[in-house]
Design a binder for this molecule. Structure first.
Ligand SMILES: NC(=O)c1ccc[n+]([C@@H]2O[C@H](COP(=O)([O-])OP(=O)(O)OC[C@H]3O[C@@H](n4cnc5c(N)ncnc54)[C@H](O)[C@@H]3O)[C@@H](O)[C@H]2O)c1
Length: 428
């Protein structure tokens, strides 16, 4: 069946596989344009939670979820519900195996569910970040099983998600969206679908270009962060203030984009996505993607570097790391959210525990966290803990922190984020 559609709200039922940081905000945007939205997730506890009105995603409040439910949003774990959908969007995780290789098992499982429960003529869009060729070589053959044909029986596109959790300025609606179709018709249909709620659509030649564009964006960040991290280490030894250097270079109105050093890179994307690109280059072409390998080396070494700096601070006070009281402030990988995924702060905490420091942490948004099998509870009051510590380390500058007051209460204050200016603070 040929399926040519201009998506009109009153006719579109959209199913989103994966109701996480990407899938749930997408569901909200689609509810707002009048789609009937099915939030499909294999996590049944999460489905029950969402249907009861409780959101687990920072950017979607319970009040927003209540509006979605009132507009007809429904979370489900029932695969046959996918048969109702005119459009199916896949937003499932794409992590790495412990070996460092891409783990596409979630995409494969989701694609199997779609292939087995697809309405004739449905538009299928993959949003999960992945290496170029995934849509063409993995998803498409699965959807073609049983003799189905692209454009006649289904349409297929890739459109990378660019959501930036906690970003008050850019959201799903005002961030331009890249769309690449497996055919011209698929690309057009996917562009029409997003045009209803995204301000600007950029259509690529095909799916591979759209997949590679997302990896370029995140590799660009990864490599530039590594550049300033390496420079920060050299600047410290040369007695140069790296933060002042970046501020000065940023005064150039063209040809320079500032990136900032820190205790390492975290989150679902920056530490993971470049590995998808280097893996594919190595597998297909047999060569190393040298920039990515070097950037990984540097960024992955930052937690150990931060610990070495803590050691040097304590040294000046003739104290060993073992037994010294160290307070870590802010454990999430970015400010003002509770997301701990791949957060370098976890590695710093783990190293300090392993070295025998009397380490504690505070994060206004994270009451407990897990290091291996151990559940670690945060301290309730940052000020009291700061006053009792030998060194206080700012790992994440959450807006809730009164940093000047905390500096005043601390014996030594080590700022790994460059948010302080005063002389009585040690900066990365
Ligand atoms: N979080 C971000 O800021 C961000 C930004 C851009 C792109 N991405 C990419 O988007 C994708 C999703 O990331 P996320 O942060 O939303 O992940 P997430 O872990 O927050 O959510 C993924 C959800 O998918 C569910 N799931 C797993 N297998 C499933 C299946 N077979 N069918 C249905 N649901 C399934 C999980 O239970 C989970 O609830 C990843 O590829 C990620 O790299 C994430």
């Amino acid at each position: 069946m040929f399926f040519s559609v201009r998506y009109h709200s009153e006719m579109t039922t959209t199913a989103i596989l994966g109701q996480g940081y990407v899938g749930l905000p997408l569901a909200e945007a689609l509810c707002e344009v009048g789609d009937t939205v099915l939030g499909f997730d294999v996590n049944e506890a999460l489905v029950a939670r969402l249907n009861s009105g409780s959101s687990h995603v920072d950017d979607i409040s319970d009040a927003s979820l209540a509006k979605m439910l009132a507009a007809g949003y429904r979370a489900t774990s029932v695969p046959s519900d996918l048969r109702l959908a005119d459009v199916v969007v896949i937003c499932v995780p794409t992590p790495l195996h412990p070996s460092g290789a891409p783990d596409l098992s979630y995409v494969e499982n989701a694609s199997t569910l779609v292939a087995e429960n697809m309405k004739p003529g449905a538009l299928v869009i993959l949003e999960s970040t992945t290496y170029p060729g995934t849509t063409k070589n993995l998803l498409r053959p699965m959807l073609e099983e049983g003799g189905r044909e692209l454009d006649a029986d289904f349409m297929l596109a890739f459109s990378p998600e660019r959501i930036d959790p906690g970003n008050a300025k850019f959201n799903i609606r005002n961030t331009p969206k890249i769309v690449g179709g497996e055919s011209g018709k698929s690309g057009e249909a996917a562009a029409d679908f997003y045009r209803r709620f995204v301000s600007e659509i950029h259509v690529t030649r095909g799916t591979k270009e759209a997949e590679a564009a997302k990896l370029l964006e995140n590799t660009y960040r990864h490599v530039n962060i590594a550049l300033v991290n390496e420079l920060a280490m050299f600047c410290h030894d040369l007695g140069i203030d790296i933060w002042e250097v970046i501020r000065a270079a940023s005064s150039k109105p063209y040809g320079f984009a500032p990136f900032y050093p820190g205790p390492g890179v975290g989150g679902h994307c920056i530490p993971v996505d470049p590995a998808y690109l280097s893996y594919e280059v190595k597998k297909r072409l047999g060569v190393d993607f040298r920039f990515i390998e070097t950037a990984m080396d540097i960024n992955n070494g930052m937690p150990r570097y931060v610990v070495s700096r803590i050691q040097r601070i304590l040294n000046r006070d003739e104290k060993p790391l073992r037994g010294s009281k160290v307070l870590l402030l802010g454990m999430a990988y970015k400010p003002n959210i509770a997301d701990l995924r791949e957060s370098p702060s976890l590695e710093i905490l783990e190293i300090l525990m392993h070295e025998g420091a009397d380490v504690s942490y505070h994060d206004p948004l994270i009451q407990t966290l897990r290091i291996g099998e151990q559940v670690v509870a945060g301290v309730a009051d940052a000020s009291t803990a700061a006053a009792e510590s030998d060194v206080v380390v700012l790992l994440q500058a959450h807006a809730a922190y009164d940093i000047d007051a905390l500096i005043g209460q601390s014996k030594f204050f080590f700022d790994t984020r460059g948010v302080t200016r005063s002389d009585n603070v040690e900066r990365l």
